[in-house]
Design a binder for this molecule. Structure first.
Ligand SMILES: Cc1ncc(COP(=O)(O)O)c(C=O)c1O
Length: 412
């Protein structure tokens, strides 16, 4: 028996087994099938290939600090390891870190009970995921202020929710009417992220109040991802949603150590919210990850309680890089770029060239060795933007972007 050639060319093994009359064992769940592969995979693969061929690659796609974790934090983890603090701990978190988080908010005038309102998690990502699983029912609408970090969308879909984009502008400025238009009887949550990845935009107290009032009027909850809160520039003050909703009636704040203390690989984050949501998240954690890694939590205590001058130094360095990168983008005719107030990203607009972002990012990489992240992965509406992380040296910024600037001239 012969089979058409196309079976071998276009089908995977499951299709082949089915064609042969067999019943294949299918390991992939229906909902997993709906989750697309990472939108940045193609760029990563191409960058790795070019690097292995000896090409110089300028990395602007990486969303993590290029600073090492401060030595006092490393030391605290080593001490905890030598002290035998290597066993399971409470799923909510160890008392010293719960108290340190309580004190952190108390210093800002926000009353938080470490034992009721806080959970410590393996990274902010897990806090978000457990928060969504605790809150969203199948078919619920979840509003996402876009551009938005792509993991929100994937997590919301995993939890059975439907992400509904609410588009902001390149400064992450909200529009009350645009939010109202997207509210339905199924709206359960809104996800906000200030300072924002990818625009670096920061929501004002007035913006947060508008969101809180809409949430109260229409009875939905607010997931406020504040992981970049310590990275705001020019003395600008970041406002926590907890300042607007101190009773935590409808707010879950997500935060973590990755960005503020250069601890991305340690996996340490937390959430602050009402006792009901937090205890639901504790139940999920008990039955999944068990707890955030014990000795890492002791390092987290040192991060919060120890010398904070590292944050000021890191922020000053980012501010200098931000000024330089924005200056260079503003000097490229046809590209528009706003000076972001926080985080470590710029999100320039390349729409004048009319090339969709995935294609443009690939062309730029091929031609100049500069890697960046296509705007489309942050929301359909942003297909002519590219995200550049300036968590890299001034030298790389100047060298890489001089190539990019020349390349842009060829597109005119
Ligand atoms: C907006 C935002 N939230 C959360 C995270 C994840 O943080 P963590 O490393 O604590 O899981 C990131 C990481 O890039 C992020 O950009």
């Amino acid at each position: 028996m012969t089979y058409p050639q196309t079976i071998y060319v276009h089908c995977n093994w499951i299709d082949i087994v089915r064609h042969l009359g067999g019943t294949p064992m299918d390991w992939t769940s229906h909902h997993m099938r709906r989750i697309p592969a990472s939108g940045t995979l193609k760029i990563f693969e191409l960058a790795s290939r070019l690097e292995s061929e000896g090409r110089k690659i300028y990395h602007f796609e990486v969303g993590q600090p290029d600073f090492p974790t401060p030595p006092n934090i490393v030391e605290a983890a080593v001490e905890a390891l030598h002290g035998g603090l290597t066993r399971y701990v409470s799923a909510r978190g160890i008392n010293p870190i719960l108290d340190a988080i309580r004190d952190l908010y108390a210093a800002r005038g926000i009353g938080v009970s470490g034992r009721k309102n806080v959970i410590v998690t393996p990274g902010a990502k897990m806090a978000l995921f457990m928060g969504f699983l605790s809150t969203i029912d199948k078919g619920d609408d979840v509003m996402l202020l876009t551009p938005a970090w792509p993991s929100y969308r994937v997590m919301i879909e995993h939890a059975g929710g439907k992400p509904i984009d609410v588009v902001t502008d390149s400064r992450y400025t909200i529009n009350e009417e645009a939010i109202k238009e997207k509210i339905t009887s199924k709206t359960t949550c809104i996800v906000i992220n200030s300072p924002n990845n990818p625009t670096g935009g920061v929501l004002s107290r007035e913006d947060l109040k508008i969101i809180f009032d809409l949430a109260s009027d229409h009875d939905f909850v607010i997931f406020s991802d504040e992981i970049y809160e310590s990275l705001v520039y020019e003395g600008f003050k970041q406002i926590s949603m907890l300042e607007i909703d101190p009773a935590m009636e409808r707010t879950l704040v997500i935060n973590g150590f990755s960005k503020a203390y250069a601890m991305t690989g340690w996996r340490l984050g937390y959430a602050v919210g009402n006792p009901e949501t937090i205890s639901n998240m504790v139940r999920i954690q008990q039955n999944t990850t068990s707890c955030a890694t014990s000795f890492v939590q002791y390092a987290g205590v040192e991060a919060l309680k120890g010398d904070q001058s590292f944050i000021d130094e890191m922020r000053a360095s980012y501010q200098e890089r931000r000024n330089r990168i924005t200056e260079i983008f503003c000097s490229i005719p046809d590209v528009t770029c706003v000076n972001p107030m926080g985080a470590f990203y710029v999100f320039p607009d390349f729409s004048a060239y009319g090339i969709p972002s995935e294609e443009l990012a690939e062309q730029i990489l091929q031609d100049t060795g500069v890697t960046c992240t296509p705007g489309k992965i942050f929301g359909e509406h942003f297909d002519y933007n590219l995200r550049f992380s300036y968590a890299t040296s001034i030298d790389i910024i100047e060298e890489g972007l001089s190539h990019l600037k020349k390349y842009c001239q060829t597109l005119r």
